[in-house]
Design a protein around this ligand. Structure first.
Ligand code: GLC
Length: 734
């Protein structure tokens, strides 16, 4: 937000700055690895993915490569920010050059992807959202901010609040799933946690909400693909989470790679200026996604990098991440009059303002190696990571297998049970494998007797994994209960990780069927970054715990739940399809004129069940809950909904009571359900409680064909339950 003092200092600085120094403030560089085969980080990564170098060689190069920080440019005032500096010593060394060796001493801004923890990696956002606990989301963001700022980070490129309804998209792991309201609450909680109401504090970091906007709606779930939809749907379903983050005070916004109806976000003036600044009042800074400005040429909306630079600046893009379009072209564009200097000044002012908000001018060195060593991976933070992991896990099935008895002999199968570095999931760039606890590690530390096999022989000639039937049979014979750890490795989700086929790998299914032949109960633990199409697992397993990629405390949290020390309470925030062909599949769908059913001529697939495998909001517990007495009482401005929830089992637990609504008849057809409120309550065995929701009528509206927000008279439905697919429903009339 604007402070008189800052504005004065900003305009003073602008008067002193040369054209080149202004352009320099809009340039963010990443450490390029000139020493690694003389190629960039991205090229080195592709060499690994293309099999030209092994992962070990890649990591050796990464660790030994001479990182080139373009220090000559830095001294000349041609760099304003760096991405990916992950340690205090390097950050302070570069900051010293900026502050003491450049003409004006403007401090650097250090950005980094701290998406779900820095060194103490917490569950992926798609998992943590399943806790339905905004206080937890904020708490883990505080931990991330304390660690990251100790390592020299000033801004995180998070929260990612792209509403996502297509599990084929790899980046669903980074957000809060398919629901607009939940993503809005999640994002705002993260902004509060990162910035802590005082961005200038040394343990606060700027939130950079991303990817603005609608990236989660990429066609066919294919990353970087087009996004094209009605403005009504865009405003109703995709924009609100970004707005919630702006309203929560986010200091930065990152436009998305994709286009919106044909205009790439990076050069989309309607989005970056009319909506973000004029309509929402955002006065922070915008920073492009990596190389996104240059890619506008490839999109086919800019002639060349100079044209892309001119369009991006005019649209409202302040900082250029990694493409150097601004660095190479803006000065000449201003001198030639193509770009107005006032537009350049506005962008520079936005960046300087954030640096003032972060206190960097008065205190450019916010950390040191002593603080860094003291802060990272504190036991307190591990405890919070373990709590978050337990609350993120979702019990999908349990046929009297769980919780396990203390003296059980466990047969553990599957490489993911013994893969600590796979537990952190995508975008855990500060993670270290040695920090992570696998299921086997947790068993050892608890002296739980177990036998184990990865279950697969070495890959056979055609690279196919072959199930080791003897090993499986041996483990089964030695055990009372079998634990099968399957799902995805961390690089199977995240950026550039869309999958057209999201079924469980065949060898994992085969392991399950071999274990089932033993007659012993089989509990599946899923480690994955997206909903998977797994009807075979749902059918065959006796119990299924969705553990996601749960972070450094993975193994401990899994055993906390399996042995009943923690009663699972997670609820799915994204629908699980039967098959990839059902995607996108989501609960807040419209009814159509022929909702799927028995009749031939109804909306369905010939080869797949009508409903998804597991619905939004679903999650079991070791106890059971009963809902009764749903009532709706209408007042002048709102409806009060009440319901009785009873813990009808023998175990204390926590239940997320969900409240949905439906506008039954409207000028545009409306979803059959929309989450409008929820409350997570603790109930002791046998305890019952009344839960009440107050629903203001003005929250029940939608956009008509002229884009007017309207709340109409007529019938509405209210549904309350422990899952979107299992509710009590009442009607009321407005
Ligand atoms: C990546 C991602 C974005 C990330 C940025 C900086 O391409 O799209 O989410 O913040 O680069 O690393």
């Amino acid at each position: 937000m604007k402070h008189e003092a800052y504005e004065t200092r900003i305009s003073e600085l602008l008067k002193q700055m040369t054209l080149e120094e202004k352009v320099g403030q809009l340039r963010q560089c990443g450490p390029s690895l000139a020493g690694a085969f003389g190629v960039s980080f991205e090229e080195l990564l592709n060499m690994m993915f293309d099999g030209k170098i092994s992962r070990e060689e890649f990591e050796r190069q990464m660790s030994t490569a001479e990182q080139d920080f373009h220090e000559e440019d830095l001294r000349a005032g041609r760099i304003g920010s760096y991405n990916g500096i992950g340690d205090a010593a390097t950050a302070n060394r570069l900051q010293k050059i900026a502050v003491e060796e450049t003409r004006l001493g403007i401090p650097l801004l250090f950005g980094c992807d701290v998406i779900h923890g820095f060194r103490t990696v917490t569950p992926i956002p798609l998992a943590e959202a399943c806790s339905f606990e905004p206080e937890l989301w904020e708490k883990t963001a505080r931990v991330a901010a304390r660690e990251a700022t100790a390592a020299g980070v000033h801004m995180t490129f998070a929260p990612m609040v792209d509403v996502a309804k297509d599990a084929r998209w790899g980046r669903v792991c980074e957000g809060a799933g398919e629901d607009t309201m939940l993503a809005s609450l999640y994002g705002a909680a993260k902004v509060r946690g990162f910035q802590n109401g005082n961005p200038g504090a040394k343990d606060s970091m700027a939130a950079c909400v991303k990817h603005f906007a609608g990236y989660g709606a990429v066609e066919a779930g294919k990353d970087y693909n087009r996004v094209d939809m009605s403005m009504q749907r865009f405003y109703e379903e995709y924009l609100p989470p970004y707005e919630a983050c702006v309203k929560a005070g986010a200091l930065a916004v990152m436009p998305a790679f994709n286009d919106i109806n044909g205009i790439p976000c990076s050069v989309n003036r309607w989005l970056l200026t009319d909506v973000l600044r004029d309509k929402w009042g955002f006065d922070g800074m915008t920073i492009s996604d990596s190389n996104a400005i240059a890619e506008c040429v490839i999109h086919g909306i800019a002639e060349d990098k100079a044209d892309a630079a001119a369009q991006a600046l005019a649209a409202g893009m302040d900082m250029d991440m990694a493409s150097d379009c601004y660095h190479e072209n803006l000065a000449a564009l201003v001198e030639s009059g193509v770009v107005k200097e006032e537009d350049l000044n506005r962008a520079v002012a936005d960046v300087l303002r954030v640096k003032f908000e972060l206190g960097l001018f008065d205190c450019p060195y916010r950390t040191d190696t002593a603080r860094e060593q003291a802060e990272l991976l504190k036991e307190e933070y591990r405890g919070i990571a373990r709590e978050a992991a337990c609350k993120s896990m979702v019990l999908l099935k349990n046929e009297n297998v769980l919780p396990l008895q203390k003296e059980v002999r466990l047969g553990i199968v599957g490489g993911l049970a013994d893969a600590p570095d796979e537990m952190v999931g995508a975008w855990a760039i500060g993670a270290r494998g040695e920090d992570c606890v696998s299921i086997l590690d947790a068993c050892r530390s608890r002296n739980v007797p177990f036998s184990y096999t990865a279950g697969l022989k070495e890959c056979n000639a055609d690279g196919k994994a072959e199930v080791d039937r003897e090993a499986l049979t041996r483990v089964a014979e030695e055990s009372d209960v079998l634990l099968l750890a399957i799902g995805e490795q961390k690089n199977q989700s995240g950026e550039a990780a869309s999958r057209a086929d999201i079924t469980i790998a065949p060898e994992q299914l085969e392991m399950l069927s071999v274990l089932k032949e033993s007659g012993k109960p089989v509990a599946v633990v899923l480690f994955n970054g997206r909903p998977l199409a797994m009807p075979g697992v749902a059918e065959a397993a006796d119990a299924i715990l969705e553990a996601w990629h749960p972070g450094v405390e993975a193994g401990n949290a899994v055993l906390d739940i399996l042995f009943g020390e923690v009663n699972p309470s997670g609820k799915l925030v994204m629908t699980f399809p039967y098959a990839a062909g059902q995607c996108p599949v989501y609960y807040a769908h419209i009814n159509t004129g022929r909702p799927g059913g028995r009749g031939k001529f109804t909306s369905k697939y010939l080869d797949t069940p009508l409903v998804p495998l597991y619905p939004f909001g679903y999650g079991l517990s070791y106890t059971t809950y009963e809902y009764s007495n749903l009532k709706v009482e209408q007042q002048e401005e709102a409806a009060t909904v009440s319901v009785i929830v009873k813990n009808t089992g023998k175990t204390d637990g926590e239940e997320t009571v969900q409240c949905y609504f439906r506008d039954v008849t409207a000028k545009r057809v409306r979803p059959v359900k929309q989450l409008i409120d929820f409350e997570k309550i603790a109930l002791k065995a046998g305890e019952e409680r009344e839960v009440r929701f107050v629903i203001p009528y003005d929250k029940l509206g939608y956009l008509d064909m002229e884009m007017n927000y309207i709340v109409e008279e007529g019938w509405f439905e209210v549904s309350v339950g422990g899952s979107s697919a299992d509710c009590l429903t009442e009607r009321f009339e407005l």
